[in-house]
Design a protein around this ligand. Structure first.
Ligand code: SF4
Ligand code: SF4
Length: 173
């Protein structure tokens, strides 16, 4: 296959994976504080008050980036790559497998979020999950120990994230 065509196919697949994932935009691993007004957008207050995760980028709306095709989209959003994306670009996994892994991680995170007690809204969600895990995995006192399924989901998501997502490359761009 000609190199140019191969590169454009890889770029299209990476966009498809990231658009179906969105974890970089959801404030799960880090926070991107972008002001919609900078892009000429005035979002309804309610749209910003009830994000899926506390540190969701203000430009992430209805599971999509409002400025995805805008050349002004922050360079970090274009440069940031998780290990799954890197594998996809290197043809080491298929788009469908990548999407399946993302689905599993997001399903677990969603289930965990519903059962985690209070959420510190100033820190990325995966960080909070890690803190919660550290605090409770050795806590055997029946009064405060979280339910077993919650700890099992946290163990599963930590394993998937460390196997497929972390570390990110390009975050310093
Ligand atoms: S976590 Fe990976 S696949 Fe998901 S949006 Fe970020 S770079 Fe793309
Ligand atoms: S600007 Fe768009 S791509 Fe970048 S973090 Fe926000 S929603 Fe995601």
């Amino acid at each position: 296959m000609p190199r140019q065509k191969k590169n454009s196919d890889a770029a299209a697949r990476s966009s498809q994976l990231c658009l179906s994932c969105g974890m970089c935009c959801l404030g799960i691993f880090f926070f991107q504080e972008n002001d919609p007004r900078q892009f000429g957008l005035e979002l309804e207050k309610s749209a910003r008050d009830d994000p899926p995760y506390p540190l969701t980028c203000p430009l992430y709306h209805n599971s999509a980036c409002l400025i995805y095709d805008d050349p002004r989209r922050p360079s970090i959003c274009r440069a940031c790559q998780c290990q799954l994306l890197i594998k996809l670009l290197a043809d080491e996994i298929s788009l469908e497998s990548g999407r399946q892994i993302v689905r599993e991680i997001k399903t677990l995170l969603g289930a965990i979020k519903k059962r985690m007690p209070s959420l510190d809204k100033s820190r990325p969600f995966f960080f909070l999950v890690g803190e919660f895990w550290k605090l409770h995995q050795k806590d055997h006192s029946s009064a405060h120990r979280p339910d077993g399924p919650l700890l099992m989901d946290i163990a599963a998501v930590k394993s998937l994230v460390h196997r497929y997502i972390l570390p990110f490359e390009g975050l310093d761009k």
